[in-house]
Design a protein around this ligand. Structure first.
Ligand SMILES: [Zn+2]
Length: 253
C-alpha cells in the first residue's frame, strides 16, 4: 500500500494567517503544513482519511481523480470542513461513501444539511452514502480496517489500522486494550502537536513515550503546530526510525 500525507498541520495550518512566528515565516517547504489528512492506496483502491478545509488543494496537488470513500476520525472542523469539495468526485462517480462514528455522521448532517437532504435538493449539491463505524473491524475494498478508539481530551476519536499501517491523530489518551490493536506495525502515524503540554493532544514527549510502548518499525509524527519548531531541527533531535511527516510525503508499506 502507499500512503500520501496530504496535510500534516494542526487546525490553523502553518503558516498561521498574519503570524510573524519564525516557523510561519520559514522558507523550508516542509514547514508549510495544510490541515491533517492522508490518502491511502492499495490495489485499485483509494481512500482519504478526513476531509478538512484544504481538501480541494490536496486533491489537485496530488492529481487525485477518483476516491472510493472518506473515513472520518472525528467531527472537528479541521477534519471535516472540506466536505462540499467532494462535488467533482460526486459528479463523476455518484454518491461518495463516508465512514464515521454515528455521532460524527449526526454532526455532519447538522453542518452540511444540504448534502444529506432527501427532499428539495439543490441540483449541484453532492450526496454521500453513510456507513456507521463502530469499534469493530469493517470491510473496505478487498480488506478489513480496524478502528482504534482513542480520546482527544474527552472526545472519542477513531484511528484506523490498514494492514500493518496505523493512523492515529488528535490523541491524548488511549485505553490499554486498544493498544493491543497496534502490535506488529510496520508504520505508525501519530500526532505530536508541540513541545509544551496540551489538554487534548500528545506533545512531543508524550508522542515519543507512546512510540516506545507501541514499538512500530517506523513512526511519522503529524498534526504539527508551529510551536513544535522548524522541521529540520526537530527531526534531527528524534530517535532513529522516528520522523516528522511533511505535506506530500509518500511512503510505501
Ligand atoms: Zn485536529
Amino acid at each position: 500500500m502507499q500512503v500520501t500525507f496530504l496535510g500534516t498541520g494542526t487546525s490553523q495550518g502553518i503558516p498561521i494567517i498574519g503570524s510573524k512566528h519564525p516557523v510561519c515565516l520559514s522558507t523550508d517547504s516542509r514547514d508549510k503544513r495544510l490541515r491533517v489528512s492522508v490518502l491511502i492506496e492499495w490495489d485499485d483502491y483509494t481512500y482519504v482519511i478526513d476531509c478538512g478545509p484544504d481538501f480541494r488543494m490536496q486533491m489537485l496537488t496530488n492529481n487525485i481523480s477518483k476516491i472510493d470513500g472518506i473515513l472520518f476520525t472525528h467531527e472537528h472542523a479541521d477534519h471535516t470542513a472540506g466536505l462540499d469539495d467532494i462535488r467533482p468526485f460526486f459528479f463523476r462517480q455518484g454518491d461518495i461513501p463516508i465512514y464515521a462514528h454515528q455521532r460524527v455522521l449526526e454532526q455532519l448532517k447538522v453542518r452540511f444539511a444540504y448534502i444529506f437532504a432527501t427532499e428539495d435538493r439543490y441540483p449541484g449539491a453532492p450526496a454521500v452514502k453513510e456507513f456507521e463505524v463502530k469499534n469493530e473491524a469493517f470491510k473496505l475494498g478487498n480488506t478489513y480496517v480496524t478502528p482504534i478508539n482513542v480520546y482527544h481530551n474527552r472526545l472519542q476519536v477513531f484511528g484506523f489500522r490498514f494492514f500493518d499501517f496505523a493512523y492515529l491523530t488528535d490523541v491524548k489518551t488511549i485505553e490499554e486494550e486498544e493498544m493491543q490493536k497496534l502490535q506488529g506495525l510496520k508504520v505508525l502515524v501519530v500526532n505530536a502537536l508541540r513541545i509544551k503540554s496540551h489538554h487534548s493532544h500528545f506533545n512531543l514527549e508524550e508522542a515519543l513515550e507512546f512510540v516506545a510502548k507501541v514499538k512500530p518499525e517506523k513512526t511519522y509524527f503529524t498534526h504539527i503546530s508551529h510551536l513544535l519548531g522548524f522541521h529540520e531541527e526537530v527531526e534531527k533531535s528524534l530517535p532513529d526510525n522516528v520522523f516528522l511527516a511533511y505535506d506530500n510525503l509518500k511512503i510505501s508499506i
